[in-house]
Design a protein around this ligand. Structure first.
Ligand code: GLC
Length: 423
C-alpha cells in the first residue's frame, strides 16, 4: 500500500538510523473467502506481522473465482497501487502475467521443493507469475454411515453413484427424512466451478479435456455428449433443482447439515465437515471421483491457489517477503493438518504428522500428481472466454435448453472463432 499507518511510520522513524534500511511496510493482500480461508489467512498474517514488523491488511472478495478474476483484471489494468499481493487461481497465470513481478529469481530456492508441474503452471515464457500456496484436487465425499446402513458400496462409476444416491435418498425419505434430503450435490452454477465439474465428467468418460494441450478443440464428441446428458438427468432427481445455482459453499451447506449422501468438492470441505459444529462429523469419508462407462478411470480437475506480487505495488520487496512466509513449508504443513489444504511441496505429503493427522492429504498425493489441468496454457489470454463458453453450454444442457449434442456443436463453432484470434 502507498500509505504508511501511523504506527509503522513511527516504527520507521525510530528504526531508520539503526536498522540498516530494513523498513517496516504496510501491505495489503486481496483474497476470496471460501469456507474459513480468510480467518486462517488472518491468523497467518498475525504471525507474520509479529515476526517481520510489517503490517498486512486483507481486502476480502467473494468466493467465486469468476467474480474475483473480473475485478482483479480491472484493478490491474488500472495499475492499482493499493494492492500488493494477489491470491490467484491456478488458471489465471497466462492472462495476468504482464501485471505481476517475476518471482523466479527471488523464490528460486523455495521453488526447488515444489511439485514441478505446479511451478510450471505458474510459469509463462520463463517468468514465474505467482508462487504456489496450495493445490487442489477434488474428492467424492460420501456418507459412510448411510452406505453401511443401506448395505451399499462406494460407487466406482457415475451410474453406480446415480443408483446408490437414488436408493439411499428414497429409503431415507421413506424413513422420515425430509424432501430436502438429496442424493448428490455438486457445483452446477454457471461459473468456473462448473467447468471443473464438467471437465471431470467428460474426461472420466473418455471424452477428452475440452481442448488438447496443443490447442486442438476436442470437446464436440459423443462421449462428452453422453455424460452431459447423464448429468442432466441428475438435476431434480438425485440433486436438488437448485444445484443449477450451487457453487462450492452452497454444496457444502447442504452436505454439512446432513442433507446429502454424496458431494463433489475440494479438500477444504474435509476439515470443515469434521469440525464440532458439523452434522456429518465422524460420519463420512472421501474417495476419488467415479468414472464414466466410456472411460478407464475417474478424473480430478487440477485447482489451486498462488500468490502474485503486483507490478504496481510500492513495496515489492516487502510483498515478496510476505509471499515467502505464506508459501513456506511450516505454513503449508499447518494448513494441511488444520485446514486440509493440499501442499505444493511434495515432501509434506509423506510427513509423519500429516500422515497421522490429515488422512485425506496423506492419500491424495497421487490424485494431485494425476490431476487434469484446464486448458489455460493452450488458450493463453483467452482462457476465461473459452471456459465461459464451455460452462454456458454445460449449464444450458443441465437446464434442459437444448441437447448436449446440439450444445456441444454450437460450442465447437464458438471456440473455433476464439481460436482464430491467435491460439
Ligand atoms: C477451487 C480451485 C480453483 C477453481 C475453483 C472453481 O477454488 O482451487 O482452481 O478454479 O475452485 O470454483
Amino acid at each position: 500500500m502507498r500509505h504508511l499507518t501511523q504506527t509503522s511510520a513511527l516504527a520507521l522513524l525510530l528504526a531508520a538510523p539503526f536498522a540498516g534500511g530494513a523498513l517496516a511496510a504496510d501491505l495489503s493482500i486481496v483474497a476470496g473467502s471460501t469456507g474459513n480461508d480468510l480467518q486462517v489467512l488472518r491468523e497467518e498474517l498475525d504471525q507474520y506481522q509479529e515476526k517481520s514488523g510489517n503490517k498486512v491488511d486483507i481486502v476480502s472478495m467473494p468466493s467465486s473465482t469468476t467474480d474475483q478474476f473480473a475485478q482483479y483484471r480491472l484493478w490491474l489494468s488500472a495499475q492499482n497501487q493499493d494492492i500488493d499481493v494477489y491470491w490467484t487461481d491456478v488458471i489465471w497465470a497466462p492472462q495476468l502475467a504482464e501485471h505481476f513481478v517475476d518471482l523466479s529469481g527471488p523464490l528460486a530456492e523455495e521453488m526447488k521443493q515444489n511439485i514441478p508441474q505446479i511451478v510450471q503452471s505458474q510459469t509463462v515464457d520463463g517468468k514465474l507469475v505467482a508462487a504456489p500456496m496450495y493445490t487442489d484436487a477434488p474428492a467424492l465425499y460420501y456418507r459412510k454411515d448411510l452406505l453401511d446402513k443401506h448395505g451399499k458400496k462406494v460407487p466406482e462409476t457415475w451410474t453406480e453413484l446415480e443408483q446408490t444416491a437414488k436408493e439411499v435418498m428414497d429409503a431415507e425419505r421413506a424413513g422420515g427424512a425430509s424432501d430436502q434430503f438429496w442424493g448428490f450435490v455438486f457445483q452446477g452454477a454457471a461459473y468456473e466451478g462448473l467447468t471443473c465439474d464438467a471437465l471431470e465428467w467428460i474426461k472420466s468418460n473418455g471424452g477428452g479435456q475440452i481442448i488438447s494441450p496443443d490447442g486442438e478443440i476436442t470437446v464436440n464428441n459423443e462421449k462428452a455428449a453422453q455424460i452431459l446428458d447423464k448429468a442432466k438427468g441428475w438435476v431434480g432427481t438425485i440433486a436438488p433443482p437448485g444445484v443449477l445455482a450451487y457453487q462450492e459453499e452452497e454444496s457444502r451447506g447442504v452436505w454439512q447439515t446432513g442433507n446429502a449422501v454424496f458431494m463433489r468438492n475440494w479438500p477444504y470441505a474435509y476439515s470443515l465437515s469434521q469440525a464440532e459444529d458439523s452434522a456429518v462429523k465422524g460420519k463420512f469419508d472421501a474417495t476419488t471421483l467415479p468414472r464414466g462407462e466410456g472411460g478407464e478411470s475417474g478424473a480430478a480437475t487440477l485447482g489451486g491457489w498462488n500468490l502474485a506480487v503486483s507490478n504496481y505495488s510500492q513495496d515489492q520487496d516487502a510483498a515478496i517477503d510476505l509471499v515467502k512466509f505464506l508459501i513456506s513449508p511450516e505454513i503449508q504443513k499447518k494448513r494441511a493438518i488444520e485446514n486440509s489444504k493440499l501442499p505444493t511441496i511434495a515432501s509434506i505429503y509423506d510427513d509423519p504428522d500429516v500422515k497421522e493427522n490429515a488422512p485425506l492429504i496423506a492419500k491424495w498425493k497421487d490424485v494431485v500428481l494425476n490431476a487434469v489441468p484446464r486448458p489455460s496454457a493452450p488458450t493463453k489470454g483467452d482462457y476465461n472466454e473459452v471456459s465461459k463458453e464451455f460452462w454456458s453450454a454445460v449449464h444450458e444442457t443441465l437446464s434442459g435448453t437444448g441437447s448436449a449434442e446440439k450444445n456441444l456443436a454450437v460450442l465447437e463453432k464458438k471456440l473455433k472463432r476464439l481460436r482464430g484470434r491467435g491460439w
